[in-house]
Design a protein around this ligand. Structure first.
Ligand code: F6P
Length: 357
């Protein structure tokens, strides 16, 4: 029987989303003879009448698409069906309208590409309808539970590493402390990975409690050894784990890099400069690793539906693609393990984590 499956990308975009869409549509067509409908702008497209959707033509999904950053379908992180932000500032339950939009598309199943927040909302939206749903994890933050990798993370780490490669020579030339603020709303995965790969001296993440005097002490030791500059990576959520309660109350999320640079300059007397990498981490041509992951997860998501399963998320685990129950994913984000390999590697390399303990 010819099926119609829908796909939407939801939440903050990242590199590799187009490769996911392509893999889903190609697998659906070549593997099962199914039609894939791409829904526009995440859940927002479901509110339009007619619904904003397009039939994906496999002949037009060539490899150029796998190279492109962003998502050609569009996305939103302001589309909560149950608390939709209205123009007047109020929140409205628009889940009924979205379900009605889905009904108009006459789908047999839906694939949602999102972080844990988006996947939880889509799961809740679809539960009463019984429409089979499979989630594909994506987020540069890499904090989706039950998967070692989310699409977009590899590219973000590569970009943050390259930023450190570029900051090091200018910092060394001017004998400065160079602070790089990287994304990660609640987790320090990008910071710790890029910090190791890019040769940072200090990495501050929300999962490890830190103190400013430990950081300044480390920078002073480097100076005593003859180093005149330092590289500091700070995750945007690291203000949460600053042990100084008063400072942490003032700590910004986005903007923590500037805040930290000022404090470091004051405490060390060194010149400090902050760079906020921001959305640069999201908008690139995906790395080979992200394209591979996107392709493997996209194919598996369609196979899961073909097996008659739903309420699952496809995942990367132990060098394989698997699928797991969505209920084990939602509400359980995966932050950096303070005793895990990356933290142990960073410590062994002499990277200061600012340990307050
Ligand atoms: O969750 C992905 C993410 O890029 C976070 O790292 C960051 O905190 C947030 O989204 C930024 O969101 P926005 O695009 O709304 O500024």
């Amino acid at each position: 029987m010819t099926k119609r499956i829908g796909i939407l990308t939801s939440g903050g975009d990242c590199a590799g989303l187009n490769a996911v869409i392509r893999a889903v549509a190609l697998r659906a067509h070549h593997g099962y003879g199914w039609t894939t409908i791409g829904i526009g702008r995440g859940t927002l497209g479901l509110l339009e009448r007619p619904v904003e959707a397009v039939t994906l033509d496999p002949a037009r999904l060539d490899s150029a698409l796998a190279r492109q950053g962003g998502t050609f379908l569009g996305s939103t992180n302001r589309g909560d069906p149950f608390a939709f932000p209205m123009a007047d500032g109020s929140l409205k339950d628009r889940s009924g309208e979205m379900v009605e939009g889905l009904n108009q598309l006459r789908l047999d199943a839906l694939i949602g590409v999102g972080g844990d927040g988006s996947l939880a909302l889509l799961r809740r939206l679809l539960a009463p309808s019984g429409l089979p749903f499979v989630g594909i994890p994506k987020t540069i933050d890499n904090d989706v539970g039950q998967t070692e990798r989310a699409v977009g993370y590899s590219t973000a780490v590569a970009i943050a590493t390259e930023a450190l490669d570029r900051l090091q020579p200018t910092g060394a030339s001017h004998e400065r402390v160079m602070v790089l603020e990287v994304m990660g709303r609640d987790a320090g995965h990008i910071a710790i990975a890029a910090g190791i790969a890019g040769g940072a001296d200090v990495v501050l993440i929300p999962e490890v409690r830190w103190r400013l005097d430990r950081v300044t002490g480390h920078i002073a030791r480097l100076r005593a050894e003859g180093r005149t500059s330092a590289l500091v990576v700070v995750a945007e959520a690291a203000g949460q784990s600053d042990e100084a309660a008063d400072a942490s109350a003032d700590a910004p999320g986005h903007g923590v890099g500037e805040w930290l640079a000022k404090r470091l300059a004051k405490a060390t007397g060194a010149e400090a400069r902050a760079t906020v990498l921001g959305h640069v981490q999201r908008g690139a041509m995906p790395t080979a690793e992200d394209r591979l992951l996107a392709s493997a997860l996209g194919v598996r998501a369609v196979d899961v539906l073909a097996d008659g399963k739903g309420d699952r998320m496809v995942a990367w685990w132990n060098r394989q693609v698997i699928d797991v129950p969505l209920e084990k994913v939602v509400g359980r984000s995966r932050t950096v393990d303070p005793d895990g390999t990356l933290i142990r590697t960073a410590r062994a390399l002499g990277i200061c984590l600012g340990d307050a303990g």
